[in-house]
Design a protein around this ligand. Structure first.
Ligand code: SF4
Ligand code: SF4
Length: 222
């Protein structure tokens, strides 16, 4: 069964994937879905390199296309799992639900990706894929199909690098090394990042992308 699932995932056009134990992180309303699939799609390297001092219109278009692809992959996986008699929930690629002062998605894809052993969280709060670097976008599907989880990654590997801290125009990045379970707001101020993007890049996708911290990260060359 798992071999069939793996063949199917590979046929969907993902860059990397992993399985995780969702028992401790699944939202209360979906208890019973004890496992998850995390997958990544690598962004176009030349488009990411062009970001330099701010996002380009081509980057925004690419970002949206990749998000659409992630949603499609997650939906196809959900249908596949359901057809095999399982329950499944696809998490939207990019959806913001505000909770009080916090800006976040219904579930953080980066948490799923670290639990799946795909990589770690950088000082910037970005997910950094061990093999592909930070220029990836992530998708997540929860399921009750029993999967063999990978070994989670539990700490960051930025070391002495502070390039994103120095380059962020919103001064939103604190510069702390990530450890599993750390609150996101200890790494960076999502509200400061969002406010800056909305004002500075309002002519590019109404200010929902920036990408500077991703583009300058030396892990792009890893
Ligand atoms: S996306 Fe831009 S504004 Fe937000 S943290 Fe990264 S560099 Fe700063
Ligand atoms: S730029 Fe440096 S400090 Fe920032 S996430 Fe990348 S490796 Fe870590």
């Amino acid at each position: 069964m798992t071999d069939d699932l793996i063949s199917y995932i590979n046929s969907l056009g993902v860059s990397r994937y992993g399985f995780f134990d969702a028992g401790k992180v699944i939202p209360d309303n979906w208890k019973g879905l004890g496992f998850g699939i995390s997958f990544s799609i690598k962004l176009s390297e030349p488009i990411v390199r062009d970001i330099k001092n701010g996002p380009t219109k081509t980057y925004f278009s690419h970002y949206r296309s990749v998000n659409n692809h992630i949603n499609e992959v997650a939906l196809k996986l959900t249908i596949y799992l359901q057809n095999m008699g399982h329950k499944a929930v696809p998490i939207p690629a990019s959806q913001t639900v505000s909770e009080g002062n916090e800006i976040k998605g219904v579930f953080q894809h980066r948490t799923a990706a670290t639990l799946s052993g795909l990589g770690w969280i950088g000082k910037s709060g970005m997910f950094i894929d061990e093999k592909l670097g930070p220029a990836v976008r992530l998708g997540t599907v929860f399921t009750d199909m029993e999967l063999t989880p990978q070994v989670p990654v539990r700490k960051g590997k930025c070391g002495s690098c502070r390039l994103c801290v120095q380059s962020c125009p919103a001064m939103a990045i604190e510069g702390k090394e990530w450890k599993a379970g750390m609150e996101r707001n200890l790494l960076y101020d999502a509200r400061a990042c969002s406010s800056y993007m909305k004002e500075a890049y309002k002519d590019i996708g109404r200010g929902v992308v920036c990408g500077i911290c991703m583009s300058i990260c030396p892990r792009n060359d890893s």
